[in-house]
Design a binder for this molecule. Structure first.
Ligand code: ADP
Length: 351
C-alpha cells in the first residue's frame, strides 16, 4: 500500500513526488478529511493528554477573560507538526463556548481574503490561522490594527483619488500556529498576549493517547504492543495514531483480528521498513551519508543534494528526531554523526 504524505505547503517538494513517509509528522492528504482522525480529537482539556503547563496557563487565561467578560488574548502556539496546535485551538473555542474559524496562511493570498475573514467574524469568535509565519506582508499588516484595536484600516482607490477607510471589527481572538517561531516578524509576534511552545510527548503520554484511540476504533491493543508503538512515535501524537492505523490494517488483513499483539506490531513495522527505533529508510540514508564522511561536519545542502531531498524538509522533519535521540548534532560547520548514531548505522549495515 502506498503511504502518501504531503504537508499542506510542500506539494512541490521533491519528496511529495516520491515515496511518502509514515513517520512524517506533517498531515497527509487522506488524513485531512478522515473521520477517524477527527474522532481522535479530544473534546475537552481533560481528554487532551499531557502539556500540563500549557493547559493550566490556558485555563487560567480563559477563566480570567470569562470573569472580566472580555475576549481571550491573542494566542500563539508553536511547535513541530502533529503535536496538537489545531486541537488546542478547537478546545479553547469549546471552553470559551464560541466558534473557531480555521484557516491557514497559504490560503490567504490576497488582502481581500483576510479582510473577508475578519469581516465574517462575530463578537467573541476565534480565528485560527495555521502556519501563520507564511502570511504575506499585506495580510500581516492588515492584521496589526485588527489585533490591536479591532479595526481595519483600508486604503481605497489609487494615486490622488486614494482614500482611507476605517472599519470597526467585533472583538475576536486570533490563535496563530506555527512550526517556525523564528520566522514570525517581531511586530506580529509582539501582538500575541499568550505565547506557548508545545513540546514533544513522553512515552507514557503517547501510550495513553494510543490506548484511548484504540478503544475508540474498537481495537484490543495489548500493553506491550501499545508501549512499542509509543516508543517509536517520535514524541508526536499524529505519528502515533498513524502507526496504530497501519498496524490495525496489518492485523485485520493478515491476521483477521482486531487484537493487536507485540508480534503484530513488529511485523507491521517491518512491512513498512520501520525499525525498532522508529527510523525509516530516509533516516537511515541520512545517517549513512554522514557515516561516509567520517567525523567531518557536513552542510545541510550537501546532504540534501546527495539524498535528492529538499533541505528544509530534512531540517524540519528528519533532523529533529535524530537530534532528539542523540544520533546527530548540529554544529555551525554542519551536521555530525555521534558515536551512538555511528554504532546504530554500522549495526544496520552489518545486517
Ligand atoms: P498540529 O495542529 O500541531 O499539526 P493536530 O492538532 O492536528 O496537530 O494533532 C494531530 C493529531 O494528534 C490529531 O488527530 C489530534 O487529535 C491528536 N492529538 C494531538 N495532541 C493530542 C493530545 N494531547 N491528546 C490526544 N490527542 C492528541
Amino acid at each position: 500500500m502506498a503511504i502518501i504524505s504531503s504537508s499542506l505547503d510542500e506539494s512541490n517538494s521533491p519528496r511529495s513526488r516520491k515515496e511518502l513517509r509514515i513517520v512524517d509528522s506533517n498531515i497527509i492528504s487522506e488524513e485531512k478529511n478522515n473521520k477517524n482522525v477527527n474522532l481522535a480529537r479530544p473534546n475537552s482539556f481533560k481528554e487532551f493528554i499531557g502539556q500540563d503547563q500549557i493547559k493550566s496557563t490556558l485555563k487560567i487565561a480563559i477563566e480570567a477573560s470569562t470573569y472580566r467578560n472580555e475576549v481571550l488574548e491573542h494566542t500563539l502556539l508553536y511547535g513541530q507538526p502533529g503535536l496538537g496546535k489545531t486541537t488546542l485551538a478547537l478546545l479553547i473555542a469549546e471552553e470559551m463556548n464560541t466558534k473557531c474559524r480555521v484557516t491557514s496562511a497559504p490560503s490567504i493570498e490576497r488582502p481581500r481574503d483576510i479582510v473577508g475573514l475578519l469581516l465574517g467574524l462575530k463578537e467573541g469568535e476565534i480565528l485560527f490561522i495555521d502556519e501563520i509565519h507564511r502570511l504575506n506582508k499585506l495580510a500581516e499588516e492588515l492584521l496589526y490594527s485588527a489585533m490591536e484595536d479591532f479595526r481595519l484600516d483600508l486604503t481605497m482607490g489609487a494615486n490622488r483619488g486614494a482614500r482611507c477607510r476605517t472599519i470597526n471589527l467585533p472583538k475576536f481572538t486570533l490563535i496563530g500556529a506555527t512550526t517556525k517561531f523564528a520566522s514570525i516578524s517581531a511586530p506580529l509576534r509582539d501582538r500575541f498576549g499568550i505565547c506557548q511552545k508545545i513540546e514533544f510527548y513522553s512515552v507514557d503520554e503517547l501510550q495513553e493517547i494510543i490506548f484511548n484511540f484504540s478503544t475508540l476504533i474498537n481495537l484490543h491493543l495489548e500493553n506491550d504492543a501499545c508501549c512499542m508503538l509509543a516508543k517509536i512515535s517520535r514524541g508526536t501524537p499524529r505519528i502515533a495514531l498513524r502507526l496504530l492505523k497501519r498496524v490495525r490494517d496489518y492485523s485485520q488483513v493478515i491476521k483477521k483480528t482486531n487484537k493487536i499483539s507485540l508480534e503484530a506490531v513488529e511485523k507491521a513495522l517491518i512491512s513498512q521498513k520501520i525499525d525498532n527505533k522508529g527510523l525509516d529508510n530516509l533516516d537511515r540514508k541520512f545517517l549513512s551519508f554522514l557515516n561516509l564522511n567520517l567525523n567531518y561536519p557536513v552542510g545541510l545542502d550537501s546532504i540534501a543534494a546527495a539524498l535528492g531531498e529538499d533541505s528544509s524538509m530534512l531540517e524540519f522533519v528528519v533532523e529533529p528526531y535524530l537530534i532528539q535521540i542523540g544520533f546527530i548534532i548540529r554544529t555551525p560547520r554542519g551536521r555530525v554523526l555521534t558515536s551512538l548514531g555511528k554504532k546504530y548505522i554500522n549495526s544496520k549495515n552489518e545486517n
